[in-house]
Design a protein around this ligand. Structure first.
Ligand code: ZN
Length: 407
């Protein structure tokens, strides 16, 4: 076990003002924070001189799809079945290089990916996963195309049960299947979506008895529910049904934000998703003809409505929906969150402290003694999000250095 002294860094402590301090970390966690820690201290194995560079908690992306890296239906038709699993190893490694040390996979990744990470077979952020996406027939998770070919982003496999569900009794079974498959969270679609071929993001999906059954059955094993929800009726149904987080919220109204405030429901905006999706379509990605129109409608409304959520004080955690667009662009979300009205230090808070709270991970998200040593070193101003990912110079995960660029 290596104990590392990070000397002379500027630490993010939850405010706009950084704290100049030394930091001692190991696999046991953050051991000490002080104005000065003696480098000749017996505990110190390695010293890293930071000369004022910023030190942040490892970032947490609350909404990714690791088994997808950009959506293109032609590509999906011609790609071998197992390619997404191999590609995910690259996506994971590069996600870590961007300073993201924890992610919540909102559908796609199964237990095998977590097992491969846990046993050191591959490197990447720690993954919590929803395994698949539960949705009704013809809903957002139903990839049946008009010609009768199923182009679902996450078809059923031995590790990933089918996500199509109708009626509360079937919902009970599906949630139990996901619990058996090792899900850390249950994901449902309470509205249509941008990428699905045959629905409208403003229409609600699932009836209340289905949503309530999902939340109740998930809670039996301590799991929360995340709801893909874009139109107001479906957002309200999800919130009233007791979900822990609303994902996207593109067309949500003040009534939705009020209901979320009242119940303490989180919003994971994923502002970059429709923006980057449109860019990919313009770049030649092949999708259903309805998708482009849905994505361009979404972009403006999304920013307008999330700005209202920020003003209302809705709790916000950073999530990107990376995978729906190429993962490399994921941290463009930070600038968009600032554009939506969060102060720069609040953006970092949403990507660390708040995301950890949403995910129920009390051991991370803060630079405090006793926390897990997921720590990143960022060159330049950490509150300037332009080119942020390229300025991540070091990444420590549970005290181990995973990424090292010249300081
Ligand atoms: Zn998603």
């Amino acid at each position: 076990m290596t104990t590392t002294l990070l000397r002379g860094g500027n630490l993010f402590v939850g405010t706009s003002k950084l704290r100049r301090a030394d930091l001692l970390i190991s696999a046991e966690g953050i051991l000490e924070i002080a104005d000065r820690i003696d480098p000749s201290d017996d505990r110190v194995d390695e010293v890293v001189e930071l000369n004022g560079k910023a030190v942040l908690p490892g970032l947490i992306d609350s909404h990714v799809h690791l088994l997808v890296d950009g959506v293109d239906e032609m590509q999906r038709l011609h790609e071998p079945y197992s390619t997404p699993y191999y590609r995910a190893t690259k996506v994971l490694r590069e996600t870590l290089e961007r300073g993201i040390t924890t992610v919540r996979d909102a559908g796609g990744a199964d237990q095998g990916l977590k097992h491969a990470l846990a046993t050191g077979l591959i490197e990447g952020p720690q993954v919590l996963t929803a395994v698949t996406i539960l949705g009704q027939t013809g809903g957002h998770s139903d990839g049946m195309s008009p010609c009768g070919v199923d182009l679902s982003l996450m078809p059923a496999t031995p590790g990933r049960p089918s996500g199509i569900v109708n009626g509360p009794e079937e919902m009970r079974t599906r949630v139990r299947e996901l619990q058996r498959a090792g899900a850390d969270v249950i994901k449902i679609c309470t509205t249509g979506g941008v990428l699905s071929p045959s629905d409208d993001p403003r229409h609600s999906q699932f009836a209340m008895d289905e949503i309530e059954m999902c939340v109740r059955e998930a809670a039996v094993t301590g799991l929360g529910v995340m709801a893909h929800a874009q139109g107001p009726a479906g957002v309200l149904n999800a919130v009233r049904g007791g979900v822990r987080s609303v994902e996207h919220g593109i067309y949500a109204t003040d009534e939705c934000w009020d209901a979320m405030l009242e119940r303490g429901t989180w919003l994971v905006p994923t502002l970059i998703a429709p923006v980057a999706l449109l860019r990919a379509i313009d770049g030649g990605a092949k999708v259903s003809p309805t998708v482009k129109q849905k994505a361009s409608d979404a972009v403006t409304q999304h920013m307008v409505n999330v700005r209202k959520a920020v003003n209302a004080g809705v709790r916000i955690a950073m999530g990107t929906d990376a995978g729906v667009f190429p993962h490399e662009y994921s941290l463009a979300e930070l600038s968009l969150m600032e554009e939506a009205g969060l102060e720069p230090h609040e953006v970092i808070e949403a990507a660390t402290i708040s995301a950890a709270e949403l995910l129920g991970l009390g051991d991370r998200g803060r630079i405090e003694v006793g926390m897990r040593a997921d720590v990143i070193v960022v060159d330049g101003d950490p509150f300037d999000f332009d080119g942020f990912a390229d300025r991540v110079l070091r990444v420590f995960q549970a005290g181990s250095q995973r990424v090292s660029r010249e300081l």
